[in-house]
Design a binder for this molecule. Structure first.
Ligand code: FES
Length: 185
């Protein structure tokens, strides 16, 4: 599930921007601070930033979409970035991705329902000698092995197991309902 903050508190954003008011050169700082609060720069905040820093809206939009560290949609409070570039691909990146995806219970491009972890792939992390490698926020996990993944996310492992049981139970009960609706001969 990709997520977007369902509501944004414009008063809170204005509060963040108070110390940057009328200072166009502080745009990046202002955007980073907003992102640290919302895990993204909500689109609805762009015009407030433009107004307070006295910048064209297009300039604010261009900066948010230019820097990889900024995003208009939430990527989760913490990011898992799995390299699927050539060196990592040759050393089993797809299996690492599958293991992380299974452990977190989300697919590439999604974030966990609590908004804590986002999972994405990248084409190179600049650490090919460590392949297969992925990053958890700013930390490199070198020579990653699928069997080690659950241990890196112990809480998530328990949650994923629980989710799986719940979905299996739901499938089981829906099959039971189908059975009761089936015509009898
Ligand atoms: S290809 Fe994975 S770090 Fe370069």
């Amino acid at each position: 599930m990709s997520a977007q903050p369902s509501t944004i508190d414009l008063a809170r954003i204005s509060g963040i921007l108070r110390r940057y008011r009328g200072q166009p050169s502080m745009l990046l700082n202002a955007l980073q601070e907003i992102q640290s609060v919302y895990t993204c720069v909500p689109p609805g905040a762009l015009y407030v930033v433009a107004r307070e820093l006295e910048l064209p809206l297009s300039r604010v939009f261009n900066v948010v979409t230019f820097y990889a560290a900024l995003s208009l949609v939430s990527r989760g409070r913490h990011q898992v970035r799995i390299c699927v570039g050539t060196a990592c691909h040759l050393r089993g990146a797809e299996k690492v991705l599958a293991a992380v995806s299974k452990t977190l219970g989300i697919r590439q491009g999604d974030i966990t329902p609590d908004g804590e972890l986002g999972l994405e792939t990248v084409n190179c992390l600049g650490a090919c000698a460590l392949a297969p490698v992925f990053m958890l926020d700013s930390k490199y996990i070198a020579k990653a092995s699928p069997k080690d993944i659950p241990g890196l996310f112990p809480d998530r492992r328990a949650e994923a197991a629980l989710d799986q049981k719940v979905s299996q139970a739901q499938v089981g009960s829906s099959h039971g309902e189908e059975g009761s609706d089936a015509p009898t001969r």
